[in-house]
Design a protein around this ligand. Structure first.
Ligand code: UN1
Length: 512
């Protein structure tokens, strides 16, 4: 585990226990119960931590509020300079950071490197943005008046993130929030606390080169559900950004909504790909494999429903049955492995329950689904990705199971395929493979896919950071990362300025 030393993380450990509260101001162990972090690779304990208490949260929030008072007055391009330095350090430490991701989340090295690259990319994006936090200039209906909009820093932002993208999702939020003038308090998944501490080490290094920045602009606090609840209840967070299950997001939305705070939610997906009779099947086949089995089916953008035209479904399935057996499953840190382990045993059990439900609902598991124990590290939950033929309206097909299960469904008209795409409660990502301009445009139109992401001739997963990322319905409605997602982290003021000598009222009201 020399990469932990490379990142300077030894300093975060005393008596074998890692800190649970960390910022450039210092770090401390949690005051709550001890818990262990197991690597999904082999189930071995890689770290011990203690849950942070709500008293510790109190201090963290007080520090974040103090930091906000300073940060909001530092010019945005200067805040961008901090993010530029963070991005340079993420480049420098890319391999070590990726190794922490692989250790804790079980992600294969290629994808872990890709995740750090997402962080680097979003830094570049945020640096540019730091000179482009533009508002509108608006004409006034009154003589001698003008109107304008300004975007101002919002306040401390809480980020609650999941195990499957233990660095990228935080970075989408944090890099934007920093240039927008908001401190971040990050509660990572308890399954990936070392990833969060590693990111904090990078931010601390960048902060050490800019002493004019408030040190508490970035803080990590590690704990369980109670801590998450306390964060959501705290009025000093005008925004809580949460990524994870729909159940978690619903609770965040209710708690934050009850105090009229803002929440930014990126929750479950149940992503589909339509494959038309005109599609380039070679391309479709490759896109399906990456989207369905990449990250062992544990992306929120993972392809879960393949909606294939009845005239090509047999051909497509035959192709998948040919490529699936050659996918190398095993230790994610070994070069050439394409499928690493599931995060833990309960994830494996949920996959088995879903497969049993699929069978009970008339489905047929035509490939995989079982645990693999040969030629893989002992103690990890490695599975052969499953392919299931089933009806589009079987209840299990409408649920998100965070594991590599691909349901193969069929359709006869493109309108029907779009209806199937849209009939689930989730609305994150979707794709169509077609050579028909009409089908592609229909799919992207108002009468097309109801998802936040609607792709043509590429898979459902692996979005670039430049676009707004997120989706509708039970996916939670939030948009993060590119486009104008930065507006989530700012408050808008409308200013009307009178430069004349009269005081005309709007709407022509006479009041004398
Ligand atoms: C997630 O799974 O929470 O589009 C995020 C993708 C990645 C991000 C996934 N860029 O698959």
């Amino acid at each position: 585990l020399s990469f932990l030393s490379t990142l300077g993380m030894d300093a975060l450990k005393s008596n074998g226990v890692f800190a649970s509260v960390a910022s450039a101001n210092g770090h401390a162990q949690g005051e709550g119960e001890v818990f262990s972090v197991a690597s999904p690779i082999n189930g071995e304990t890689v770290a011990q931590l203690r849950n942070a208490s709500t008293e510790q949260l109190e201090q963290v929030v007080a520090d974040a509020s103090e930091a906000f008072r300073v940060l909001r007055t530092i010019p945005a391009p200067k805040r961008g300079e901090l993010v530029r330095r963070i991005g340079n350090l993420a480049r420098e430490y890319k391999e070590a950071l990726a190794a922490v991701i692989t250790l804790e989340s079980g992600k294969i090295t290629q994808e872990a490197l890709g995740e750090v690259q997402e962080w680097i990319d979003v830094c570049d994006f945020a640096v540019g943005l730091s000179r482009q936090l533009h508002g509108l200039s608006i004409v006034s209906e009154r003589p001698g008046h003008r109107m304008m909009e300004q975007w101002q820093p919002l306040g401390p932002v809480a980020v609650i993130s999941a195990f499957n993208f233990p660095m990228a999702v935080w970075s989408w939020n944090a890099m934007l929030a920093f240039v927008c003038g908001d401190p971040i308090v990050w509660k990572p998944s308890e399954k990936t606390p070392l990833c969060a501490l590693a990111c904090q080490m990078i931010v601390d290094k960048a902060l050490a080169t800019m002493p004019e920045m408030p040190k508490a602009l970035s803080q990590v606090i590690i704990g369980g559900r109670d801590l998450g609840q306390a964060i959501c209840e705290d009025k000093r967070f005008p925004l809580v950004s949460a990524t994870g299950s729909t159940a978690m997001g619903r609770s965040v939305a209710q708690t934050v909504g009850a105090r009229l705070g803002r929440s930014l939610l990126e929750l479950g997906g149940n992503n589909a790909m339509i494959v038309s009779p005109t599609a380039d099947l070679d391309l479709a086949q490759r896109a399906i494999v990456f989207s369905a089995v990449g990250t062992a089916g544990q992306r929120c953008t993972t392809l879960r429903r393949l909606i294939a035209h009845e005239s090509i479904v047999e051909d497509l399935v035959a192709r998948l049955l040919k490529s699936y057996p050659s996918l190398r499953i095993g230790d994610p840190s070994v070069q050439g492995t394409l499928i690493g382990p599931l995060i833990d045993e309960s994830s494996f059990n949920r996959m088995q329950h879903a497969l049993a439900a699929a069978r009970a609902q008339g489905g047929e598991v035509i490939y995989g689904g079982e645990r693999i124990e040969q030629n893989v590290p002992a103690g990890g939950f490695y599975v052969r990705p499953a392919i299931v033929r089933i009806a589009h309206d079987a209840p299990v097909v409408h649920e998100e199971t965070f594991a590599p299960i691909l349901y193969v469904l069929t359709y006869s008209s493109v309108e029907e395929a779009i209806e199937i795409n849209n009939e689930v409660p989730q609305g994150l990502s979707s794709a169509i493979f077609t050579e028909s301009m009409r089908e592609a445009e229909l799919f992207m139109s108002a009468a097309g896919s109801d998802c936040g992401i609607a792709n043509v001739n590429i898979g459902t997963s692996g979005a670039e950071i430049g676009g707004a990322f997120g989706g509708e319905k039970e996916t939670g409605g939030g948009r993060e990362s590119g486009s104008d997602a930065w507006k989530n982290y700012m408050r808008r003021t409308t200013n009307t300025i009178n430069y004349g000598g009269e005081l005309p009222l709007a709407q022509g009201i006479v009041f004398e």
